[in-house]
Write a protein of this length. Structure first.
Length: 277
């Protein structure tokens, strides 16, 4: 994958490999398959309990470490100063790395003072635990607040985004501050692939529905997508999206699938989400 997004000093491959729910040998194998297929961006988290497997795959693969952009995340109950550093150091140990390319606050905490959460994050960068830092599941107002507290550049906000979910408000906030928006659940866990409009465009272009939806993501300014698959063929399919483009009209038809109940990930600890634009 040669498509990249530049964001406040970071150069991030526009398609990353998501690893949530992949564990142990399956995870190790699928990360190797992804690297073979050309992925140079791998997304994990302390909470996924697969960092050892991801680290093994990175270590065993011929691709030089420096060519791979590795993201991990600190869970929301570990955001106090001290806890945060410990969590990040344990992630590095499990991954077998000196430093990750990107370290994210996985979710904002409703219980820990906000300024301390951002201070912990920035301190991790100063300590050299991560080349870059960022956030995940931050709404536009939370991102504005984070920008006021941060004394290091934030490079990405990882959020749920797919055609069913209008995320123009948080996308605009990311653009305003130069952050990439990294779209998780980019194919809505598969459901959007059966939409008539997606299937029609796929047929017209002789591509698969997943390729059409992933192309829709990366054609949006500053947007990255991190699809996950446990199927080697689909892993390869999901990154093979460079040699075609969607027209503005096709982009609009896919965006037209947005609906008020389009959000899939909404746990108890979630912040109050942005309204649709
Ligand atoms: N920051 C956060 O809070 C957060 C939350 C959720 C996810 N994430 C990250 O985002 C990544 C992606 O999100 P996700 O895993 O929730 O959902 P997703 O990537 O939208 O969907 C994954 C599902 O789609 C299927 N799939 C993948 N490629 C396909 C294709 N080409 N054709 C048909 N089906 C396909 C997979 O099945 P098969 O395995 O059978 O192919 C799997 O069931 C995660 O793995 C994780 O790294 C972050």
């Amino acid at each position: 994958m040669t498509l990249t997004v530049s964001a406040n000093g970071a150069e991030i491959p526009a398609i990353g490999f998501g690893t949530w729910r992949l564990r142990d040998d399956v995870c190790r194998h699928m990360v190797e398959v992804a690297l073979d297929a050309g992925y140079r961006h791998i997304d994990t988290a302390a909470a996924y309990e697969n960092e050892v497997a991801v680290g093994d795959a990175l270590k065993n693969h011929v691709t030089p470490r420096d060519d791979i952009f590795v993201t991990t995340k600190v869970w929301y109950d570990q955001l106090r100063e001290g806890d945060f550093q410990r969590s990040a150091e344990e992630s590095l140990k499990r991954l077998g790395l000196d430093q990750v390319d990107l370290l994210l606050i996985h979710w904002p905490s409703p219980d820990i003072p906000f300024d301390e959460q951002i201070r912990s994050l920035c301190k991790a960068k100063k300590q050299g635990l991560a080349r870059h830092v960022g956030v995940s599941n931050f709404t536009a107002p939370l991102l504005e607040a984070a920008m006021r507290h941060a004394d290091e550049p934030l490079v990405a906000n990882q959020v749920e985004h797919h055609p069913y979910l209008d995320q123009r408000v948080v996308h605009a906030a990311c653009r305003k501050h130069g952050l990439a928006m990294t779209d998780y659940a980019p194919i809505a866990r598969g459901s959007v692939l059966e939409e008539k409009v997606v299937m029609e465009i796929a047929e017209e272009k002789d591509r698969t529905p997943a390729q059409v939806v992933l192309r829709w993501h990366v054609q949006q300014e500053g947007v990255i997508a991190i699809p996950r698959s446990s199927n080697a063929e689909r892993v390869r399919e999901n990154i093979d999206i460079e040699d075609f483009a969607l027209t503005p009209e096709e982009m609009g038809r896919i965006s037209g699938l947005a609906r008020p109940d389009g959000r899939e990930v909404d746990p108890d600890w979630a912040p109050q989400w942005d309204e649709a634009a």
